[in-house]
Design a protein around this ligand. Structure first.
Ligand SMILES: Nc1ncnc2c1ncn2[C@@H]1O[C@H](COP(=O)(O)OP(=O)(O)O)[C@@H](O)[C@H]1O
Ligand SMILES: [Mg+2]
Length: 230
């Protein structure tokens, strides 16, 4: 599903003439197989979010290759990458990133609206997914009227409506208490089992990492070989 070869990334800091280079990822080679849940663990600042942003195409690597579903995405133009993302990838963020002025239903429906699906089809898909994440009774609530766990379920539902084969999650339970965290992790496992969706989950929490079939540890921008994070 994902193949990463010799991936390096640095950020340039400071103004012209006084630039400093901050190397963040240093030769990452890794694979995620179809249908796997893979966790990436590492301390804050180790480069996890940068890795996810590179896989998502939000930033471009300084060096190296990223393939998703055999497509060399690191070579795609910005517009092509945007299309590819819409077709293949769903996202879950620590901060939910819901639109506050829209109800749960409308937030979930939004990707379908943007894609131009008609109302009947949108309704059918949203209702099916509301049930999958157990939110039927909360569809008319605004994000401010939902608990953290419910908001994260809305954001998971939104990630599902375009039927991604891959979901990238950056600290998906980072804003939740431990009980709600367990609920969200269960949903992730269920979606993996029932829909075969591949998950790459970034976390600094070793307990969260345990839901993965495999854990990859990153330290200072490098993969720690032969080290189990847990
Ligand atoms: N856009 C950016 N510009 C400059 N430095 C950045 C940027 N994004 C991240 N960094 C730096 O890269 C390093 C790794 O950050 P990040 O990938 O967010 O780590 P993690 O997610 O593991 O906490 C940090 O030192 C961070 O300050
Ligand atoms: Mg991060």
């Amino acid at each position: 599903m994902i193949q990463i070869k010799e991936l390096s990334h640095h950020f340039e800091l400071g103004k012209k003439g006084q630039k400093t280079i901050l190397p963040v990822l240093k030769g990452i080679t890794m694979e995620v197989g179809k249908g796997e849940i893979v966790s990436v663990v590492g301390k804050s600042g180790s480069g996890k979010s940068t890795l996810l942003n590179l896989i998502s195409g939000f930033i471009r690597p300084t060096e190296g290759e990223i393939r998703i579903d055999s497509e060399l995405v690191s070579d795609l133009s910005e517009a092509k990458f945007a299309d590819f993302r819409l077709e293949h990838i769903g996202f879950i963020f620590q901060s939910f990133q819901l639109i506050p002025s829209m109800t749960a239903y409308q937030n979930i429906e939004l990707p379908l609206t943007l894609k131009g699906e008609d109302e009947k089809k949108r309704k059918e898909i949203v209702n099916r997914i509301l049930e999958k994440v157990g939110l039927e009774d909360f569809q008319d609530h605004y994000p401010s009227e939902l608990s953290g766990g419910q908001q994260q379920r809305v954001s998971i539902a939104r990630a599902l409506v375009l039927e991604p084969t891959l979901i990238l999650a950056d600290e998906p339970t980072g804003s939740l208490d431990s009980e709600t965290e367990a609920e969200i992790l269960e949903i992730i496992q269920k979606l993996n089992r029932e829909l075969g969706i591949t998950f790459l989950i970034i976390t600094h929490d070793e307990e969260v990492a345990q839901i993965g079939n495999r854990t990859i540890s990153i330290k200072d921008g490098r993969i720690m070989e032969g080290v189990t994070a847990v």
